[in-house]
Design a protein around this ligand. Structure first.
Ligand code: NAG
Ligand code: NAG
Ligand code: NAG
Ligand code: NAG
Ligand code: NAG
Length: 644
């Protein structure tokens, strides 16, 4: 890589005379220079001598001839030129042919060949040098590219670095010496030229010559630029205004292409990994919110909830939203994202898909129940291994926590009695007031929820059974909660209105006494019904009342509730009142029942009933039932059945 001063003797007569002795180009304008081949002036004002075509040449000449002599045999005037150039090599380690400053008799160097003939001499000293060629292609004088710093130290330069460099060529017509100096663009012209041979140009330079640049490409591509050029005869070429020279786009361009060649694979890799991770995210999300939807469920469209909505509503089923954990799963509080309705979401795990259809059908039938003492079921959502039931949110929670968990009384008698009447009214609606008979199956204090006005509402229809009015309920597994199960329910596995009344009786005693139906305490009356009954036998039934109430209760109502509790939880189903009668008693439509007439029988049967349930298994049948009772006792609840 080099540049040459090359002068070719003209074979043609040169007639035109130069008109100017000096010119300066601080950047170029298209149309001012005489261009041929690949040479081009960019709109930024850069003279680009080569482009990406292989085996091409490019020339750029000052359009006018320059007079170098007074006469054909005269001596050559002094002249001086300086220019700024940059060479961007495609491969920094391989170089092309470089830029040649030419003094030639004709523009365009007719007949010149691309490749080495206009750039390379035949005896290159290396591929990074500066040479002077006199009327031939072999350098008369050359040096490795570089400059002598002011201290005299030689500094190498790489011509193909792509960085702009400045060249000065000064011919002293008196001394017949050519000084060639090279320096980086930001370095002042060095005192010591790189080349300084003495040679008389008189024999090879005609009177009038053209000056310009030539470059060529071979199979190795360079992009050669000239940024500015100044020339003068009989003087020192005017200094270039370096700050006004056009910017080299190719450095940015090359960096861009570096970004493209090196960066692009990374960008592509990055984009691909982004795509993969977002696909994984979408799939995970899809799996996270996956639901089970079968054809038969299309009919229940309006009752079907999106799992995603429930997930958002409950803030991802986080623990802070957990309202409670029951026999069937956890209940979470939530707010539906669009409607802002407060809901309670119950998660019921179910492994089996058998019977799910019937179960969902029943659940949704129950969902159609509307009564002020029944917790509304809005709908459901089904996932793999999981069923979610969406209920109306009851801000005051379940009744049991008011009865047991508080050290002081938080629900006074008036409120308790209202809850009792409300639940009775809800139960009557289930048993008689709707198109089908609904057996709740699990009446107990923890399934009674209190709304904002502390009204009792029957909730948790997880064990509910439906059957048509006038038909016999189907035999299913005995299910419910220990202590609330009627003896005949355990025996026959049939849930009936009467078994609901039994549980309701136990519930009445629970509310009145503030005690659980079965307590493991080692005190008198482990079984609540027994204990209340014994109080009644002693003629002191009011002693069974919740001591936390103190004197704050209505005696008649308390007595009614306790007695009604005993009646309802009578082991003999036929001795129990109907739901309608229960409500009549509570409303005072019927006078408080007289228990004495049935006293002894009540005692006897009552004990037998509870023995059946919890004390002494005497047959295989009972043993079987009790084993399931025992199982559920461990978790606190009877195992439930979805009739699967
Ligand atoms: C250069 O100077 C010489 C005398 O020194 C003069 O004859 C000649 O015309 C000058 N050339 C130009 C182009 O000015
Ligand atoms: C190079 O320049 C020549 C002449 O202007 C043009 O014909 C050719 O298409 C250019 N090649 C490229 C690769 O730009
Ligand atoms: C110029 O030099 C050539 C030979 O070098 C000579 O033949 C010719 O006569 C000379 N012309 C003048 C005008 O001196
Ligand atoms: C300069 O280049 C020459 C030839 O390529 C080399 O021998 C020399 O060591 C270089 N000097 C420096 C300072 O790099
Ligand atoms: C050429 O060299 C002579 C003698 O050293 C000097 O006087 C003259 O100024 C130089 N000319 C130019 C143009 O530098």
């Amino acid at each position: 890589m080099f540049f040459n001063i090359l002068a070719l003797v003209s074979l043609l007569a040169v007639s035109a005379y130069g008109q100017g002795t000096s010119f300066v180009y601080n950047g170029f304008t298209l149309g001012k220079l005489s261009l041929d081949g690949m040479a081009w002036v960019t709109h930024d004002g850069l003279l680009r001598l080569t482009n990406d075509s292989r085996m091409e040449k490019g020339h750029a000449f000052h359009p006018d001839q320059v007079q170098f002599k007074n006469s054909p045999n005269g001596s050559v005037f002094s002249f001086s030129t300086t220019f700024v150039f940059a060479i961007r090599a495609q491969y920094p380690t391989l170089s092309g042919h470089g830029i040649v400053f030419v003094v030639a008799p004709r523009r365009g160097l007719p007949g010149s060949l691309p490749g080495q003939y206009l750039g390379i001499e035949f005896r290159d000293i290396n591929d990074n040098h500066v040479g002077i060629d006199l009327n031939g292609l072999t350098s008369a004088n050359s040096s490795p590219a570089g400059y002598y710093a002011d201290g005299g130290e030689f500094k190498n330069l790489t011509l193909t670095s792509g960085k702009a460099m400045q060249v000065w060529v000064d011919y002293n017509g008196t001394e017949k010496r050519i000084d060639v100096t090279l320096a980086p663009i930001n370095v002042q012209k060095p005192q010591t030229p790189l080349l300084s041979p003495t040679c008389d140009l008189a024999s090879i330079i005609n009177e009038n010559m053209y000056v310009g640049f030539s470059s060529s490409t071979s199979s190795i591509l360079d992009t050669d630029y000239v940024l500015g050029w100044s020339f003068m005869v009989n003087g020192t070429a005017q200094a270039l205004a370096l700050s006004r020279l056009p910017k080299l786009p190719q450095i940015g361009k090359k960096e861009t292409s570096k970004v493209l060649t090196i960066g692009l694979p990374w960008v592509v890799l990055f984009i691909i990994s982004m795509l993969i991770s977002s696909a994984v995210y979408v799939m995970r999300r899809k799996r996270k919110f996956a639901e089970v939807l079968e054809d038969w469920e299309r009919d229940y469209g309006p009752h079907r909830f999106n799992y995603k909505d429930l997930y958002i509503a409950t803030k991802g089923f986080r623990n802070q939203e957990l309202l409670g954990t029951g026999g069937f799963g956890q209940v979470y509080r939530g707010i539906l994202p669009t409607s802002k309705i407060e809901i309670a979401v119950k998660r019921v795990s179910h492994e089996s898909r058998q019977g799910m259809r019937e179960f969902v059908a029943e659940i949704l039938s129950i969902g159609r129940l509307r009564h002020r003492n029944i917790v509304s079921l809005f709908g459901y959502c089904r996932r793999k291994g999981e069923l979610l039931l969406v209920y109306d949110y009851m801000p005051n929670g379940s009744l049991d926590k008011y009865l047991y968990k508080q050290p002081t009384v938080t629900l006074n008698w008036r409120q308790r009695f209202r809850v009792i009447k409300g639940v009775a009214s809800g139960l009557l609606y289930l048993h008689e007031g709707w198109e089908q008979v609904v057996i709740h199956g699990d009446i107990k204090a923890s399934n009674i929820l209190l709304d904002a006005d502390l009204n009792g509402r029957l909730g948790d229809f997880g064990l509910a059974r439906l059957y048509d009015h006038g038909t016999d309920p189907q035999r299913t597994h005995a299910a419910g909660t220990l202590g609330y199960l009627a003896p005949e329910h355990v025996r026959t596995s049939k849930a009936t209105r009467s078994t609901d009344v039994f549980a309701f009786g136990v519930f009445l005693l629970e509310v009145a006494c503030g005690r659980r139906p079965i307590e493991n305490r080692d005190v008198e009356g482990t079984i609540l019904v027994d204990w209340v009954f014994s109080c009644w036998e002693r003629g002191a039934i009011l002693e069974a009342r919740d001591p936390k109430l103190g004197a704050e209760f209505v005696e008649e109502e308390m007595e009614l509730v306790l007695k009604l509790g005993l009646m309802c939880s009578h082991p003999e189903p036929l001795m129990r009142p109907t739901t309608r009668q229960v409500l009549h008693y509570l409303e005072g439509d019927i006078p408080t029942p007289e228990l004495s007439s049935i006293g002894s029988r009540l005692t006897f049967d009552h004990h037998e009933g509870f023995d059946d349930l919890a004390m002494s298994p005497s047959s295989m049948d009972k043993a079987f039932q009790l084993s399931s009772v025992a199982d559920s006792l461990l978790s606190g609840y009877m195992s439930h059945s979805l009739s699967c």
